[in-house]
Design a protein around this ligand. Structure first.
Ligand SMILES: *[C@@H]1O[C@H](CO)[C@@H](O)[C@H](O)[C@H]1NC(C)=O
Ligand SMILES: *[C@@H]1O[C@H](CO)[C@@H](O)[C@H](O)[C@H]1NC(C)=O
Ligand SMILES: *[C@@H]1O[C@H](CO)[C@@H](O)[C@H](O)[C@H]1NC(C)=O
Length: 394
């Protein structure tokens, strides 16, 4: 009966138990796993949620000398600026500390940070400059051949610069040469040399210790309509058969990434900032699209707004992000994924408060750039935390 059947199993069970016990005790005698030092969160800063924190205050105001007028929402008296700046980003499993500008600049002493890309990176730069200036009021505008703008922080010998290169690759206008074939309305082309970086950011690699790249919102038919399209060249010849905008984007990414891998020293910290989304509601930028919101979006609304499958007007960011992530696989360039945290903030664009009387009538609302102070200050917190983490671990 049962006991008899069990009997051969019984010694086995004892043996197994003893084995497990000895394994367990040997585990116990191991040193405990290393505890991460405080403030060095092993966590994903890109995932989380916004919470109201009434004690949260911006580090600068409308008087920062590095402002661009159209983003200076305090000066332009955008509604709700107090509320916009009382939201705080909380990553899922750790705290994101607010940057300590003096400590950060101390860490960066004798080092330089460069932003390369389009106006969304410039938006980021302006926030960074205004935040850092708190620790060095002697900060002054800085300009050098090839760099569009930036600032020098004399107390710390730190330069933070911006190189405007909206497609990253070199591109130039070529008026139409023949008048024969007129029916298509072509006025000329923008020739893009897919393997050649724009002049604005060649020969800068030795100057910077940290570089932040981006490109994205210029890759659209509103910037390059069919009368003045992008035409892609490689090795000085038009690519044949011709490729469209998204394929061109992919080829340019591959080439720029491989240029960076070859030309920028390994020790340089490299980040690629993913797209921050646009928030045009009810139509495109030139069709009365609007973003006069007073609160962030809710998590459950995001896919409807941004998932390319829903074909909304704001699908571009996620669409391009997929291609960027593919191109960065296996490289030394780190993703700075600010998309999700920014997707939630439909309330934080300059919208109709652009500081110029006719700007909205001419350009539509600005639901793409960001109010300063505002969401880019959180981008600064995230980037500075990642830089700090990297520099302190060596
Ligand atoms: C300032 O920093 C640069 C590197 O960015 C370095 O070459 C230079 O020697 C530094 N100047 C001083 C006075 O330390
Ligand atoms: C970059 O440096 C190379 C070599 O010094 C030089 O030939 C080239 O003209 C420079 N390009 C720009 C845009 O400054
Ligand atoms: C945008 O709004 C203006 C004024 O309300 C209106 O005249 C125009 O037709 C609208 N345009 C579109 C594309 O909806």
């Amino acid at each position: 009966m049962p006991p008899k059947l069990l009997s051969p199993v019984f010694p086995c069970l004892i043996f197994l138990t003893l084995l497990l016990l000895s394994l367990y005790s040997s585990l116990l005698s191991q040193p405990p796993p290393a505890v991460p030092p405080p403030n060095r969160p092993l966590c994903n800063l890109f995932k989380g949620h916004w919470v109201i924190d009434p004690t949260s205050k911006p580090l600068y105001d409308h008087t920062c000398p590095f402002h661009r007028n159209a983003w200076n929402c305090l000066k332009n008296q955008r509604e709700n600026m107090g509320l916009i700046n009382s939201w705080k980003w909380e990553p899922e499993s750790c705290a994101l500390p607010r940057i300590d500008p003096a400590r950060f600049l101390g860490l960066m002493r004798n080092k330089n940070i460069g932003f390369i890309g389009d106006s969304l990176n410039e938006n980021f730069l302006v926030s960074f400059l205004c935040v850092l200036r708190v620790a060095d009021m002697g900060a002054r505008k800085w300009k050098k051949k090839g760099a569009w703008k930036g600032a020098f922080f004399p107390k710390f010998n730190v330069t933070v610069g911006y190189h405007r290169a909206v497609l990253l690759a070199k591109y130039q206008w070529q008026p139409k040469q023949s008048t024969v074939d007129d029916q298509d309305g072509l006025k000329g082309i923008y020739r893009v040399d897919v393997e050649i970086p724009a002049d604005d950011w060649v020969n800068i690699s030795d100057f910077y210790h940290v570089l932040v790249y981006n490109t994205g919102h210029w890759w659209g038919y509103d910037k390059f309509p069919k009368e003045t399209p992008l035409v892609f060249y490689r090795g000085g010849q038009p690519i044949f058969p011709p490729i469209g905008m998204l394929d061109g984007f992919k080829v340019v990414l591959e080439n720029m990434v491989s240029y960076i891998q070859k030309q920028v020293p390994v020790r340089t910290l490299k980040f690629w900032r993913l797209q921050s989304p646009r928030h045009f509601f009810g139509g495109e930028w030139n069709q009365n699209g609007s973003c006069v919101f007073s609160e962030p979006l809710q998590e459950f609304q995001l896919d409807l707004w941004f998932d390319p499958r829903n074909k909304g007007v704001n699908k571009e960011a996620r669409q391009l992000n997929h291609l960027i992530e593919d191109a960065l696989q296996g490289t030394g360039i780190r993703l700075l994924d600010l998309t999700h945290l920014s997707e939630l903030r439909a309330d934080a664009h300059p919208a109709i408060w652009l500081g110029k009387k006719d700007a909205v009538a001419i350009w539509g609302q600005d639901c793409m750039h960001w109010c300063l102070p505002g969401v880019p200050d959180t981008w600064v917190d995230v980037l500075s935390e990642l830089i700090r983490g990297s520099l302190e671990t060596g």
